[in-house]
Design a protein around this ligand. Sequence first.
Ligand code: NAD
Length: 486
Amino acid sequence: MPHKTPITVAYGDGIGPEIMQATLAILDAAGAQIEPEVIEIGERVYLSGNSAGIEASAWESLRRTKVFLKAPITTPSGGGYKSLNVTVRKTLGLYANVRPCVSYAPFVETLHPKIDLVIVRENEEDLYAGIEHRQTDDVYQCLKLISRPGCEKIVRYAFEYARRHGRKKVTCMTKDNIMKMSDGLFHKVFDDMAVDYPEIKTEHMIIDIGTARMADRPEQFDVVVTPNLYGDIISDVAAELTGSVGLAGSANIGEHVAMFEAIHGSAPDITGKGIANPSGLLHGAVMMLQHIGQHDVAAKIHNAWLCAIEDGAHTADIAKAGDPSILSTAQFADAVMQRLGQSPTKFKAIDALAPTDAASSTTSKKTYQSPPKSAKAMVGVDVFFHWNDSNANALATKVLAALAEQPFSLQMITNRGVKVWPNGFPETFCTDHWRCRFMATDATSGNHEAIIGLLSAIRATGLDFIKMENLYTFNGEPGFALGQGQ
Ligand code: NAD
C-alpha cells in the first residue's frame, strides 16, 4: 500500500461543496495518494461568533498536514469579519501567490488565444498589512509596508519558478516612479537578483502601463512578479482574459505550509444549481499534487482535463452560444474521469516529470542574509497635526513660536504630501491633516529626548499632534522622501 499524504480539506461555502466533491472524486479516480482531513472554515464559523472564521482545531490540522486544499468561502458582509484568506496566508507565512493563466482557444472563447503566463504575487505585506487608522475628521491612513526580506523571498521565488519551469522571461511591475522608497526597494531587489539568472530575460514596467499591456497583449508576458495589491488586480485581469474566472487555480506557497484553491469566490448566484465549473479548484489540486511530489497523477488529471475540453465538454460558464450539450458540475467531472489515461491531441500534453531542478540548486538555496548594520542617525522628525484652519501660514506661526527654545528648525509643512509652507500656492486644496518637518539644528539634538521636548513645547500651544515619524539617515543616505514641490 503506497504511503498516503495527509492533506487538510475545507469544503467552503456557496458552490464550494459542489466543486470540492467533484475535484476529490477526480483525484480519487486518478489514484492520488492523499488522506483528506476535513475542517470547517468560513461563513458558519464566522456567524457562530468567531470573527476570524477559523477555529483552533483547524489551525492544528493545517500545521500538522502542511498542505491545504481549500474551496472558496463567503465572508459575511458588514463590519467586524476579517478576511480568512488574508489571515491564513499571513499566519502561515504563505508568501508567494502563484497563479498560472492559460487560454484554451478555440475550445474556450477568448479574445487572446495565446495566453500562457504566471503571476507571482507577493502575499504577505504591502497595503495588506491591514494597519489602518482614522487620524482626523477628514483623513484615514493605510500603511504600506515593504521589507527587504519580503522582496527577496518573492523575487527569488519568481526567478526559481521561471528556471524550474523553463520560462524565458520575468517581468517586474511596480510603481517606483511615485513610491521611490518602498516600490523602489522591490525593483532594486529584482535588478540585483537578476544577475543570478543570466539565462532569463528580465524587464521592469510601471504597473499602470504594465496592466494596460497585459489587457491588450497578454501573450507577451511569461512570468510576472509584483507586490501584493498590484498582483491582486493584474491576476484577476489575466484570468478573466483567458475566458472565465471558473478556470484558474492558484497556489499559496510558504516555507512550511502551502494552500491550493480556485481563484474565484463562492458564487452565491449559482449555488445549489449544480452548474459550477470545478476546473479552477481542480487546477489548484493539480498544483497541490505537484507540490507533494505526485507528478504522474497531476499530469494524468491535467491531460484528462485537456482532453475533456478539446472534446467539447463544457460547463455553462464556458459554453458557446447555442452549445447543445452543457454539462453539470458532476457530468463535467465524469467527462474528466472517463478520459484519465488519455493524452490531448490539440493541446500540448503535460509532462509527468517533476519540473527540472537541474539548473537551480545553488541559487534556490540562497537564503536571506540581513545586510550589515547601517550607521543610523536621527536627523529630525515629521509631526502630523489635526488642524481645522486651512491657513498654512497660521499653523507655521503657531509652530515657530513653540520652537523658540528647541534645537529644531521647521523645514516645511505639507498637506496630503504637497508642500504648502513656505511659499505654498493658494490653489492647493488642504484637508485638516498637516505634516510639519522639523530638522535637528545640530548633530547632538537628533535624539528621542530632544523630540520629546519638542512635542511637549508644541503641545503647550494647544496643537493636536496625531502622529510622528522619526527621520533617519542610513550611512548618510536620507531614509525619508521629500515633500511634493519641495
Ligand atoms: P465570485 O468569484 O464568487 O463570482 C463572480 C462571478 O463568477 C459570478 O457570476 C459567479 O457565478 C461566477 N463564477 C465564479 N466561480 C464560478 C465557477 N466555478 N463556475 C461558474 N461560474 C463561476 O465573486 P463574488 O460574487 O464577488 O464573491 C462571492 C463571495 O465569494 C464573496 O463572499 C467573496 O468574499 C467570496 N470570495 C472568496 C474567495 C476565496 O475564498 N478564495 C475569493 C473571492 C471571493
